[in-house]
Design a protein around this ligand. Structure first.
Ligand code: COA
Length: 319
């Protein structure tokens, strides 16, 4: 039988082996090994202030960390209400200990421990896989499956106004980006309630994205016309010549087209791959593709989710 030791603040002495274990489960955690093994978790967390170090759950067997998961504090908007969500992430069992009920047991333990602190628990996983089956059995249900759009430059509608300037965003734009984000997301269900600090760290500085994808050239660009009328988080042009846009926010189609047309011109991209709410993908005339990843919710406080409207969770908020 396994022994569950949690919840407790992850100890610095755990950090190296914990992150090494995560690296065996998730490629994108491997970039964190150097931080976790040199300065310990505190060094890692100081680089990423929105990660919650005190919500790491661990199952040990024979003194080894056999299974782990952690929880991130999130607030999402549903039906106009702010809903407290525990974001379950990094569910991982050491390959030597798999298939023995560790992940299921640890998750059930965490759900019980977290009751009372959150309105709901949520997670992202690959639809239909081994982990998906575990989550369904423990009580998580499908909430949302993301689509992204791809548009070829040949088919991209042209923008009508040319007076807008495109520039890289900086920390001082955090309030303006947050205002725009708030306006655009009022009619959506699921988006994170963001703060200015979150926008600065998570979006403008793309801290987590850069930590987990070493070498990625992430930057936020803004479209200026009477203030910021659109912004995009871009991570460069891939080998197919597609410009990758991880987040795109604008009040209506005109600034979307202006910004995207300018970006493809500046980068010489042949097309764009865009993660954005459906309304913005339609502006681009993009062809839609479904990501085989599902956002699942477990309701802890009987929040109303049956009649929610347009569901959307931004990609950078996928912890
Ligand atoms: C998914 C994962 C956490 C499961 O851990 P675990 O401790 O083996 O889980 P459990 O023992 O509680 O397994 C529960 C079920 O999954 C099945 N299962 C576990 N690992 C499996 C695998 N690699 N392939 C196929 N089935 C698997 C078990 O057979 C069991 O099914 P059953 O109860 O119907 O027999 C583990 O495989 C893992 O770390 N995978 C890589 C990371 C990952 O994908 N995490 C999920 C991210 S959302």
């Amino acid at each position: 039988m396994f022994r569950v030791v949690s919840p407790r603040e992850a100890d610095v002495s755990d950090s190296c082996r914990l992150v090494k274990l995560l690296c065996t489960c998730f490629n994108d955690a491997c970039g964190l090994v150097n931080y976790a093994c040199s300065d310990g978790l505190r060094g890692l967390f100081s680089r990423y202030p929105h990660y919650e170090p005190h919500l790491v759950f661990i199952a040990e067997e024979d003194g080894a960390i056999a299974s782990t998961l952690h929880v991130l504090n999130r607030i999402i908007r549903l039906n106009g209400n702010a809903v407290r969500v525990g974001g379950v992430a990094g569910v991982c069992t050491d390959p030597r200990f798999r298939g023995r009920g560790l992940a299921t047991g640890l998750l059930k333990y965490a759900v019980d421990a977290l009751r009372g602190g959150y309105d709901a628990l949520a997670l992202f996983t690959t639809f239909g896989g081994a982990a998906y089956a575990i989550y369904r059995r423990v009580g998580f249900n499908d909430f949302y499956i993301r689509e992204y759009g791809v548009a070829s430059v040949m088919d991209l509608p042209k923008a009508n106004y040319a007076s807008a300037a495109v520039d890289e965003a900086s920390d001082s734009d955090a309030d303006a980006l947050l205002n725009l984000y708030n306006k655009v997301t009022t009619n959506l269900d699921g988006p994170l309630v963001r703060t200015r600090d979150y926008v600065r760290d998570h979006l403008i500085n793309a801290t987590w994205l850069k930590l987990t994808r070493p070498g990625v050239n992430a930057k936020v660009v803004k479209l200026m016309s009477e203030g910021i009328s659109a912004y995009a988080l871009v991570t460069g042009v891939d080998n197919d010549g597609l410009l990758n846009v991880e987040e795109l926010v604008a009040e209506n189609c005109e600034p979307v087209l202006s910004l995207v047309n300018q970006l493809v011109k500046d980068t010489g991209a042949k097309g764009v791959r865009v993660y954005a709410p459906l309304a913005m993908l339609r502006c681009l005339g993009a062809r839609l593709f479904t990501v085989q990843s599902v956002y699942m919710l477990m309701n802890l406080e009987k929040i109303e989710i049956s009649n929610v409207r347009d569901r959307y969770i931004f990609r950078v908020d996928q912890w």
